[in-house]
Design a binder for this molecule. Structure first.
Ligand code: ZN
Ligand code: ZN
Length: 347
């Protein structure tokens, strides 16, 4: 099969013939139809996440079943599927206490060293990581479910959104945008999206944001309070991953508000309050962090997308043929045109 090999740091990936992965008893081999480039792939490309080379990246894929292991029950060749590449151990303290999302041995196939990802014509995962893909969902949109939507959805569930809540989302990229879509599943929710890129704000507006705010032009906290009659938002989602917006998110919520921090900063983060008693202590704010998803959320998400309660029609910004993977990586790396998702197509 053809695969894009990451052979040398600082050099483009190389398309080469490599052996097809062999399936074990409980594994499913996917013939990849679409594979998305994730911002987290950039950490690998830049060497921030050390990998044993050569490596095949890619953890957001959808396709059809090519082959199943001898003990696979749920799938047969030809089935449309998508894969969630997160592997948990089922044995650690957290897995045993129904907290697999914080598994001690959490790994992502295609992202972690020694695993083989989906920038290739074929890709395998354990049966429990594959899900049937309904005909209504195209392969390119299905890749979005596997990682950015799954992570955003988990964070939104933690936020405990109620009917008629105002939800403020800091960041209109892949996590913020899909967090907005996931929040809009709840009845009569208003979502405000805050981002410095007008292109992202326009997209958020088209997709249903009640308000969009560019913090380079306006003070987001002031506007949030104005639009909530001085009360503040019920929920704030932080999906930028910088110190400033983490602080702004916390200051945006009302008393007993909920904040979910999903951005992944590299910089040191300090929470700062001009008036700690008034701005935090007396408000009984709940702050959570969230970075990944749970397996039991995947069927819920697939159904939400199938029934268009979550509309992914604007999530795919660009499709490129698989062999143009390096072009796609450059676009994501340089954020050309603020893409939500760049998809590699295998047809
Ligand atoms: Zn991803
Ligand atoms: Zn575990």
């Amino acid at each position: 099969m053809k695969a894009a090999l990451f052979k040398e740091l600082g050099k483009p990936l190389v398309i080469e013939e490599v052996p097809r992965p062999e399936v074990k008893e409980k594994e499913v081999l996917m013939k990849v139809k679409a594979s998305a480039i994730c911002v987290s792939d950039m950490y690998s490309i830049k060497g921030e996440r050390p990998l044993q080379l050569p490596h095949i990246m890619g953890h957001e894929a959808a396709g059809v079943v090519a082959e199943v292991g001898s003990n696979v029950k749920k799938f047969k060749p030809g089935d449309r599927i998508l894969g969630n590449a997160i592997i948990t151990c089922n044995e650690c303290y957290y897995c045993k206490n129904d907290l697999e999302q914080v598994c001690e041995n959490h790994r992502i196939i295609g992202t972690d060293s020694g695993t083989q990802g989906a920038f290739a014509e074929y890709y395998k995962l354990p049966e429990e990581n594959m899900y049937l893909l309904p005909d209504e969902i195209p392969f390119d949109q299905a890749t979005v479910i596997t990682s950015p939507l799954a992570s955003a959805y988990h964070g939104i569930r933690i936020a405990d959104i109620q009917k008629e809540d105002t939800v403020v989302v800091y960041g209109g990229g892949a996590i913020g945008y899909h967090g907005m879509l996931a929040a809009m599943v709840y009845e009569s929710v208003r979502v405000f999206v805050i981002d410095t890129a007008d292109e992202k704000l326009e997209l958020a507006k088209k997709a249903g944001a009640a308000e969009v705010i560019n913090p380079l032009k306006e003070d987001p906290i002031k506007i949030v309070y104005e639009l909530t009659h001085g009360k503040g938002a019920e929920v704030a989602i932080e999906a930028v991953g910088v110190n400033k917006t983490i602080n702004q998110a916390i200051l945006s919520v009302r008393k007993a508000g909920r904040v979910v921090l999903m951005g992944a900063p590299w910089e040191k983060v300090c929470l700062e309050f001009e008036n700690y008693r008034k701005d935090f202590l007396f408000k009984e704010i709940k702050i959570s962090s969230s970075i990944t998803n749970r397996k039991d959320e995947m069927p819920q998400l697939i159904e939400l997308v199938r029934t268009k309660k979550i509309d992914l029609s604007r999530s795919v910004s660009l499709r490129l043929h698989f062999e143009k993977v390096n072009e796609g990586l450059e676009i994501v790396k340089n954020n050309v045109g603020n893409p939500i998702r760049v998809i590699l197509d295998f047809n």
